[in-house]
Design a protein around this ligand. Structure first.
Ligand SMILES: Cc1cc2nc3c(=O)[nH]c(=O)nc-3n(C[C@H](O)[C@H](O)[C@H](O)COP(=O)(O)OP(=O)(O)OC[C@H]3O[C@@H](n4cnc5c(N)ncnc54)[C@H](O)[C@@H]3O)c2cc1C
Length: 381
């Protein structure tokens, strides 16, 4: 399948999930199970799993194309995007045994790996300061602590968890002593693990998770003990690029919707789109979306060529999140009062795309990264 064919197929699938479907879920804050099941059955969510393990073995660009089209169709890939990048941790750092055990079942849709538990209430952006611990006891680890913003945990069978296996000690690198585990949520739930939903401004199925001495088999440790921070970090570029592709898709949707409305809405005897006051913000939002899209392409090119893509992945995420939010704002303005009406979907998508200024990494932290690592300025924190 070419990327153009992938895009067309995704758009066809998404056409069966119109605004009314998403609006109904949004009101109830319900998970789009049918949509995610169909994406899974179609094989799109297994795009990055190698063919040896039952997936399509496609490069990251294919996953970016899938997620961009989902958003451009007015759907919400946040319900399942994590499976695309979370799996990279298992793929790159998991043992052959772990990969054989889980990847084919994930590719076949028998297991869902949608949850990723890194952030904690007290740590925020400062990941190295997490306090959830994993204590080795014979052939298992005992997990104790609390995570926040663990999205889709209620709709996932497996979860990637970052926990501290050695206490932070003076003189030790802050980022060492952290380890990554694959937690089987089906076994852990009711055995010390509790999940509490957080109601947010958009429908995102996010939760807090409590670990009250949850036992995880030692064989579920991914890679080497103490190296977890590096493993999580290595997945972040892919995550940033994929979220950026989603934001480009959102921006396309807002601009398409607003242009269509601007052509048909007649005020003072002419279409509002004839006024430069309506045209120019749309043209500017379009230019910014295209520029962000080029940065996504460049980040993908470098990622796939195994070159350092940190600056481009971060810039793509920031520029695309800015472009999608600008387009969202312009779409509301173009729709006038109707931009606020649920039935137009603009306000829903506006709420959804706002998230990407903050998560998975906030704009300030991207600017700090660029200032320090690209411009050579002193570290600010
Ligand atoms: C809906 C939702 C879903 C999420 N899903 C997941 C998930 O599935 N898994 C997961 O692990 N996490 C998830 N997150 C967490 C997300 O990654 C964090 O919210 C994000 O990293 C910011 O952390 P924080 O909320 O603690 O903000 P804080 O770290 O408290 O920061 C608050 C503000 O201060 C700014 N700030 C902090 N330090 C600095 C500094 N040094 N310089 C300048 N500005 C600074 C930040 O940019 C931000 O604007 C999710 C969050 C949300 C809201």
């Amino acid at each position: 399948m070419t990327y153009a064919e992938i895009r067309e197929a995704v758009a066809r699938l998404c056409a069966a999930y119109p605004g009314s479907y998403w609006r109904a879920l949004d009101r109830e804050r319900k998970y789009p199970g049918e949509f995610v099941d169909e994406l899974t059955r179609s094989g799109f969510l297994a795009a990055l799993i190698p063919q040896d393990y039952g997936g399509s073995g496609l490069p990251l660009g294919a996953a970016a194309a899938v997620l961009e089209e989902i958003q451009a169709a007015g759907c919400n890939g946040a319900s399942c995007h994590a499976q695309m990048y979370v799996m990279g941790t298992l793929l790159r750092h998991g043992s052959e045994d772990q990969k054989r055990r889980y990847l084919p079942a994930i590719a076949a849709g028998e297991l869902r790996l949608q949850a990723f538990a890194v952030t904690e209430p007290g740590s925020g952006t400062d990941t190295a300061s997490i306090t959830t611990t994993a204590r080795r006891e014979g052939d298992r680890y005992i997990i104790r602590g609390r995570k926040i913003w663990t999205s889709r945990a209620e709709h996932s069978d497996l979860m990637i968890l970052l926990a501290r296996t050695s206490p932070a000690a003076p003189g030790m690198k802050r980022t060492s002593g952290l380890s990554v585990f694959l937690v089987d949520l089906r076994e852990a739930r009711g055995n010390g693990l509790s999940i509490d939903p957080i109601r947010t401004m958009m429908n995102h199925s996010t939760t807090t998770i409590g670990f009250d001495d949850v036992a995880v088999p030692a064989e579920n440790l991914i890679g080497k003990e103490g190296e977890g921070f590096r493993y999580i970090l290595s997945g972040m570029n892919a995550e940033r690029i994929l979220i950026a592709a989603e934001c480009v898709g959102d921006a396309r949707w807002f601009i398409d919707k607003a242009c269509a409305y601007a052509k048909e809405r007649v005020v003072f005897g002419r279409p509002i789109g004839q006024n430069q006051g309506i045209q120019f913000p749309l043209a500017k939002a379009y230019a910014n979306m295209r520029a962000a899209s080029l940065m996504v392409d460049e980040a993908l090119r470098r990622y796939e060529a195994e070159e350092n893509c940190g600056p481009e992945a971060n810039m793509a995420k920031m520029l695309a999140a800015d472009a999608s939010f600008e387009a969202a704002n312009v779409a509301i303005q173009t729709h006038g009062g109707f931009g606020f009406a649920e039935d137009f979907d603009i306000e829903r998508k506006f709420r959804e795309t706002r998230l990407y200024q903050v998560a998975p990494v906030s704009t300030n932290l991207i600017l700090s990264y660029l200032a320090e690592h690209v411009l050579g300025l002193p570290r600010s924190y």
